[in-house]
Design a protein around this ligand. Structure first.
Ligand SMILES: NC(=O)c1ccc[n+]([C@@H]2O[C@H](COP(=O)([O-])OP(=O)(O)OC[C@H]3O[C@@H](n4cnc5c(N)ncnc54)[C@H](OP(=O)(O)O)[C@@H]3O)[C@@H](O)[C@H]2O)c1
Length: 320
């Protein structure tokens, strides 16, 4: 096991960062978790606040703490939010990522930056990490630009890890596909999920395990892909989620990408990944969709409603 390696973890209040923080602690790392918003949520009690937009504060903080590694999960991670204010999103998605890479180099710290399958256009899949990206929307553009800047600023002791659509239990229970489905059902507005948008989802737990291994294996550097084992449409994923919880299939709607249009860009219809060479180099194995949905939890605020509404509530046992 590693000694008390100190890891500054940005985006620790998000879906992936939260899960990585738990994984790192289990493996004996000392984490310094960061968030942006103070929403008085007690689960974040020990987290530090830092706005990555405040470059000089970020530099001061990291020079003071001098961590052994920096993991960057902070992002404006919703393409819709990016489209609302691309300039503001770029400051986090691109400029902050570059800044963290530069500071890591200065500190001699290992840097792990998280990117996305959305850097690809969805035509020539399964994509290898050596394939030429071609984003279709502003979020993808920003993630790609960040990758280039990060790899340029930190040319060794760095990993850019591209991930796919993520299942998992986020600390605010509002980020992952099943949490969004629960939210929409509660509001009486069934979510429309595209049945011609193919993805290869991974779980936050499994991706976190990869990140922990990458921190333990400083000889693995560069750009890597990670995903789950199965390819399915967003609608099929929705059905698997409803089935897992014993909920009616009528609670989501089937949609088509053809009905989706936005001035700010398109959505790739198929995004799948070739997992080598990382697959052959680490112990973590990709998960199938069955295992991923098995690990999902009913958000606490919906639990009472769930017990009263589900066709078969015995499918889910509350874990305390
Ligand atoms: N979720 C997915 O399906 C998916 C798929 C592929 C790749 N990714 C990538 O994986 C990474 C993590 O995604 P996620 O879904 O875990 O994100 P998330 O749940 O949206 O969390 C984003 C995190 O970034 C923090 N943040 C945002 N703006 C900040 C700022 N100005 N200063 C400091 N922190 C800031 C947030 O802090 P607050 O909570 O305090 O606001 C939060 O901790 C991202 O790079 C994303 O692009 C995600």
């Amino acid at each position: 096991m590693m000694g008390r390696v100190r890891v500054a973890l940005f985006g620790a209040s998000g879906l992936l960062g939260w899960t990585i923080n738990q994984g790192l602690k289990l493996r004996g790392f000392q984490t310094i978790p960061y968030r942006l918003h103070d929403d008085k949520n007690s689960v974040f009690e020990s987290f530090r606040f830092l706005d990555l937009d405040d470059g000089s504060k970020v530099t001061r903080e990291l020079l003071d703490l001098w961590p052994d590694a920096i993991v960057n999960c902070a992002a404006i991670s919703s393409p819709d939010v990016v489209n609302q204010d691309p300039k503001a999103a770029r400051r986090i998605n691109v400029s902050s990522a570059q800044k963290l890479a530069e500071i890591s180099t200065h500190l001699g710290a290992r840097f792990i930056h998280i990117s996305s399958d959305m850097v690809f256009g969805g035509r020539d899949e399964p994509y290898r990490s050596t394939d030429t990206p071609c984003p279709l929307n502003e979020y993808g553009n920003q993630k790609l630009e960040a990758e280039k800047k990060v790899l340029f600023a930190a040319d060794e002791n760095v990993v850019v890890l591209r991930l796919t659509l993520m299942n998992g239990n986020s600390p605010r229970a509002n980020r992952s596909p099943h949490e969004r489905i629960f939210e929409s059902i509660q509001k009486g507005m069934p979510l429309t999920l595209f049945d011609d948008e193919y993805r290869q989802p991974c779980s936050a737990d499994n991706a976190a395990s990869v990140v922990v291994e990458l921190l333990e294996r400083p000889n693995l550097n560069g750009l890597f892909h990670w995903a789950g084992n199965d390819v399915l449409t967003r609608f099929e994923l929705g059905l698997r989620i409803l089935e897992r919880f014993g909920l009616s299939a009528n609670l989501i709607k089937r949609g088509s990408l053809k009905d989706f249009s936005t001035e700010a860009g398109k959505r790739p219809s198929r995004l799948t990944f070739e997992l080598s060479p990382l697959l052959g180099k680490i112990k973590t194995k990709p998960q199938g969709i069955e295992e991923q949905v098995e690990g999902l939890e009913v958000p606490h605020r919906h639990y009472k409603w769930y017990r009263e509404t589900a066709e078969d509530p015995s499918k889910y046992v509350l874990r305390l």
